[in-house]
Design a protein around this ligand. Structure first.
Ligand code: SF4
Ligand code: SF4
Length: 365
């Protein structure tokens, strides 16, 4: 399994973007700049295809990863001489009965019998320590995740009323068994805490490869009640945060407004550089993507909070606020950092990261 730590400043993440419909998926071309599927999957390995199977829902509703993409990925894994296993922990009780219903509705029983591919029914769990967690010190993780030699995650591009978007960085919340997920919603009822908890889970269950289903995504009141939208893209890579940043750019969403990406920025998990060896997000821009009604000012631009960050005399000129600012609105000066309020979007990352509590929020014209 991959690991996830603070990003090395020389690291460049690759994000491969391809225009596609379900009839024209060309995985070989999509994965070619990453070295092909055999860079990730080796002969004899058990490869988990971790889908987004939120609930028992038919594919045309765009709630679950489309089985046509799953089929193509399973075929590629078989061709590489490895054994694919399909799985997720949907919402609700993590039971064999519920899994069967979810697989059936998602069109996966047919796919499984056509290709002879196993669907996961192992509902056992293991408590896993998270030594560097911000919210969790340990969590139950499903054994089908822990037992896989490799994980290929297949998230869908969808909105999420609480976390605004559910993309590659959130897909591994399915590593946590169903009812524990519901419990964590109650415990971590602040968005920042919930997003930090999601990143904690990702540190112990990070996919090796991600192929994002953006052929038909979901907009509006996702993840279960939004409306399908034709975006007609596949997005692949092995850095989930880089993929999410690319999708935000494509959909013209301010990434710092997505709670999990904001936390990832503060935890210095954003890749310093992203390259696009195929199409760029600007080549496939989607205008008018509808966010959930819960999206705040950072995303809608409808209301700007009056409170602005102000640097006080406690500042020790450590430069951390300058480094973290997503809009490069802070510059270091001989004295203390200077904020350009014409660039500032009031995300308050600078205030959160300041080790001296030297940034106050004040009204500013
Ligand atoms: S993070 Fe705080 S202490 Fe460091 S330079 Fe910025 S305002 Fe000053
Ligand atoms: S609040 Fe403004 S200055 Fe501070 S990090 Fe956000 S954009 Fe930069």
């Amino acid at each position: 399994m991959n690991t996830m730590t603070n990003q090395d400043q020389t690291h460049t993440a690759k994000v491969c973007i391809q225009k596609a419909t379900y009839d024209t998926i060309d995985l070989e071309s999509l994965l070619q700049p990453l070295g092909g599927i055999t860079s990730y999957v080796h002969k004899g390995e058990h490869v988990l295809l971790k889908l987004n199977l939120l609930n028992a829902s038919t594919p045309e509703k765009a709630v679950v990863t489309d089985p046509q993409l799953v089929r193509k990925v399973a075929e590629a894994v078989l061709k590489a001489g490895a054994t694919p296993i399909i799985g997720d922990s949907p919402s609700g009780p993590f039971s064999k009965r519920r899994l069967k219903k979810v697989y059936e509705k998602a069109g996966l029983l047919t796919l499984s019998s056509d290709l002879g591919v196993e669907l996961n029914y192992d509902t056992s769990i293991t408590n896993v320590q998270i030594p560097d967690g911000k919210q969790l010190t340990s969590t139950p993780i499903c054994n089908f995740i822990l037992n896989a030699d490799k994980i290929i995650a297949l998230p869908k591009i969808k909105t999420h009323s609480y976390m605004i978007m559910t993309l590659a960085t959130k897909i591994m919340y399915g590593a946590v068994p169903g009812l524990t997920k519901a419990k964590y919603h109650a415990v971590y009822h602040r968005k920042s805490a919930f997003a930090n908890m999601l990143l904690d889970v990702l540190t112990v269950a990070i996919p090796d490869l991600i192929i994002m289903d953006g052929i038909i995504g979901m907009q509006g009141e996702g993840p279960g009640a939004g409306t399908p939208v034709n975006i007609n893209v596949l997005v692949a890579g092995d850095d989930p945060i880089a993929l999410d940043l690319a999708v935000c750019k494509m959909l013209q969403i301010e990434p710092i407004g997505i709670p999990i990406l904001k936390r990832a920025k503060i935890r210095r998990l954003w890749p310093p550089h992203i390259t696009y060896p195929l199409l760029t997000p600007d080549n496939v821009t989607y205008k008018g993507f509808i966010l959930p009604s819960t999206a705040d000012y950072l995303l809608t631009g409808k209301k700007t909070p009056r409170q602005s960050p102000t640097i006080t005399a406690k500042c020790i000129s450590c430069g951390q606020c300058t480094e973290i600012c997503p809009k490069h609105a802070i510059t270091n000066t001989k004295d203390k950092p200077h904020i350009d309020y014409t660039k500032c979007i009031r995300c308050y990352c600078c205030q959160e990261i300041c080790p001296e509590k030297a940034i106050m929020l004040e009204e500013h014209n």
